[in-house]
Ligand binder design. Structure first.
Ligand SMILES: *Cc1c(COP(=O)(O)O)cnc(C)c1O
Length: 218
């Protein structure tokens, strides 16, 4: 029987090839938020190592044991980060995908130096200008990227977005790619269960997939 992981991996492969790329160039972040360790272990047993969680506390509870049983786990924070949780977050996570405001950037810069930890980050862009979503407005992206990299010396590796639901995501993915390109950023985290193939065809280097791997969240 084909596992969900194999299906998603195969779909990524197909979309990559359609857009003249290799499937291996795209990172699959398996979004395990709200899922118990029993649901995560099968993916680890199949060899998957890159996971996404949206809450610092939840990840801090679930992952230390899993990490001690499986080598090479990489954990991405994909949910909002409060400044007062930064110190814990940089110990729990390997990558922060939700750098979304100056106050957080300053806290991350200062605390990373204090802890001597360099945690690669993505800047989250509010690509659809939605009030309910976090992220830097597209017009302010260039200035914020410069603040993070130049003034605060943060290891920014790329951009992340969640496009508005119920619309064709492709134009939003294209816009994110344009912002990244003009700022010399190589990585694009975009695409979820409903649109990861579109995202790959639009240039995603990383997709964040939960439901298609773990089933619905309740
Ligand atoms: C929950 C979540 C995902 C995964 O969503 P699915 O639709 O279940 O694939 C991806 N990215 C972010 C930021 C999320 O919060």
């Amino acid at each position: 029987m084909t596992s969900k992981l194999e299906t998603v991996t195969q779909n990524i492969q197909t979309s990559a090839i359609e857009s003249g790329r290799k499937g291996d160039d795209i990172t699959l972040v398996a979004v395990s938020k709200t899922k118990p360790v029993e649901d995560i272990i099968p993916l680890l047993d199949q060899g998957h190592r890159i996971f996404g969680e949206n809450k610092v506390q939840e990840a801090a509870g679930k992952w230390p044991d899993l990490r001690s049983n499986y080598n090479g786990v990489k954990l991405h924070l994909i949910g909002p980060l409060q400044s007062n949780k930064v110190r814990q977050a940089i110990h729990v996570f390997d990558v922060i995908e939700t750098l979304d405001r100056p106050k957080l950037a300053r806290a991350l810069s200062r605390i990373s130096q204090e802890e001597n930890i360099s945690c690669p980050c993505y800047i989250q862009i509010n690509i659809g200008h939605e009030d309910q979503k976090a992220g830097i407005a597209p017009e302010q992206a260039d200035a914020f990227i410069t603040l993070c990299r130049v003034s605060l010396s943060l290891p920014v590796i790329g951009l992340m977005c969640i496009p508005p639901s119920g619309q064709d995501p492709a134009p939003y993915f294209r816009q994110l790619k344009e912002i990244a390109e003009r700022n010399g950023l190589g990585k694009l985290s975009m695409g979820m269960s409903s649109d990861y193939q579109t995202a790959v065809r639009s240039g995603a280097t990383s997709v964040r997939v939960g439901t298609a791997l773990f089933g619905a969240r309740f």
